[in-house]
Design a protein around this ligand. Structure first.
Ligand SMILES: *Cc1c(COP(=O)(O)O)cnc(C)c1O
Length: 382
């Protein structure tokens, strides 16, 4: 089955007792057993729920994985992957990571003895130099947030495989419609389904898809033992969201392309970060591992200061000022005062995170309306 059919049909045969075309919301905590430990595959809803199973099969299908484990949030999914490690184990991760990932690594797991190196993963030699005998995992995010750098998944998984190291790709920013890390060599792929998969900014969730039986068993054991599971209603909403993933992401990519071109030609813009531009340092790698360049665009104002960025963001109407991304509605955010506000200014600047850097998540509205909305905000800068 091709991707556009899988999003509608994978894991979603009509329900057996009624023929319901949509997977029902199995709102139950437990299941009747015919005799002790004789049941229809479900004994208690922390361990499993048919609505969750449908979601897991769907995500496994669209990530080309054998199986998937769904979690209550992207952070809960990352937490489970980290708990596969043991004190003294070492992880190499990108230095341009989702803020919540950095917090989980440095403030939750580092005190338990997991060690981390954060490097610029756009250069394979940096990753190689950071490897130690204790390195057990590479943690890749691409495109990165908010700078939209591109990491070569094939090159890094090849390096990791030669050393017996697991590779995990956080595929939240790209979505499986644009990028399928397991086909590029990764061992596990992680999603905050809150973003593109759910797609409507109405549900929090996470998932890990893999074809490694041992990783899967470990994750299922953790689901059962620690219980960070999504409820059936949340699974249903995510399932419903994924049905339109292909058409939504396609439109977001088109809108992002228009927005990026418009910004590049604007006299009040200093620079635009968008992997679809030939001048973007990761353009060739992006072309080789992504179907299109995504719905995210970041840019810096000529007047590169925090007040100008604030003025700009207070004058958009369609681009709503909010954290998160990947929904049908366009969002605007300011990393320096929102997601990355706790990073000291000089450290931020060194990483390329300028004071006026603005991040856009392009939704699926009319492109002309989006450009007009941005133009109104530029006029407010005067
Ligand atoms: C949002 C996000 C997460 C965390 O997911 P939650 O569902 O918010 O817990 C992890 N990685 C990336 C890239 C994200 O954007």
């Amino acid at each position: 089955m091709k991707f556009n059919s899988k999003v509608i049909h994978a894991g979603q045969a009509p329900e057996e007792t009624s023929g319901a075309v949509m997977p029902p919301i199995f709102q139950t905590s437990t299941y009747a057993q015919q005799a002790p430990d004789m049941h229809k595959g479900y004994d208690y809803a922390r361990v499993g729920n048919p609505t969750r199973t449908a979601l897991e099969q769907l995500i496994a299908g669209i990530e080309e994985a054998d199986a998937c484990a769904a979690f209550a949030s992207g952070c809960a999914a990352m937490d489970a992957l980290m708990k596969m490690l043991r004190p003294g184990n070492h992880v190499v991760a990108s230095n341009d990571l989702y803020g919540g990932t950095y917090r989980l690594f440095t403030q939750v797991f580092a005190p338990f003895g997991i060690e981390y190196s954060f490097v610029d993963m756009t250069r394979t030699e940096n990753v190689e130099a950071a490897l130690r005998p204790e390195t057990k995992m590479l943690w890749i995010e691409t495109p990165t947030n908010p700078l939209l750098n591109i990491v070569d998944i094939r090159a890094l998984t090849e390096l990791a495989k030669s050393r017996g190291i697991l590779t995990v790709v956080d595929n939240t920013f790209a979505s499986p419609y644009l990028q399928q890390p397991l086909l590029l060599g990764a061992d596990a792929v992680l999603h905050s389904t809150t973003k593109y998969l759910g797609g409507h900014s109405d549900v929090i969730g996470g998932a890990v898809a893999t074809s490694h039986q041992d990783i899967l068993e470990n994750l299922r054991f953790q689901v059962k033992s620690t219980g960070a599971v999504p409820g059936p209603m949340d699974c249903y909403l995510t399932l419903r969201g994924i049905k339109t993933l292909a058409v939504r992401v396609e439109r977001s990519c088109e809108n992002a392309r228009e927005v990026a071109r418009y910004l590049r030609n604007h006299p009040l813009v200093k620079s635009v970060r968008y992997p679809g531009f030939e001048q973007h340092p990761g353009h060739e790698v992006a072309k080789s591992q992504m179907k299109d360049f995504g719905g995210m665009v970041s840019f810096t104002l000529k007047q590169d200061d925090i007040p100008s960025a604030h003025t700009f963001m207070q004058h958009t109407k369609l681009f709503t000022l909010a954290e998160s991304l990947g929904g049908v509605e366009s969002l605007i955010s300011h990393p320096a005062s929102m997601t990355h506000g706790s990073i000291p200014a000089d450290v931020r600047h060194k990483a390329g995170l300028n004071d006026s850097l603005i991040r856009l998540s392009c939704g699926i509205e009319d492109a002309g309306d989006l450009l007009e909305d941005l133009e109104t905000a530029f006029r407010a800068l005067g």
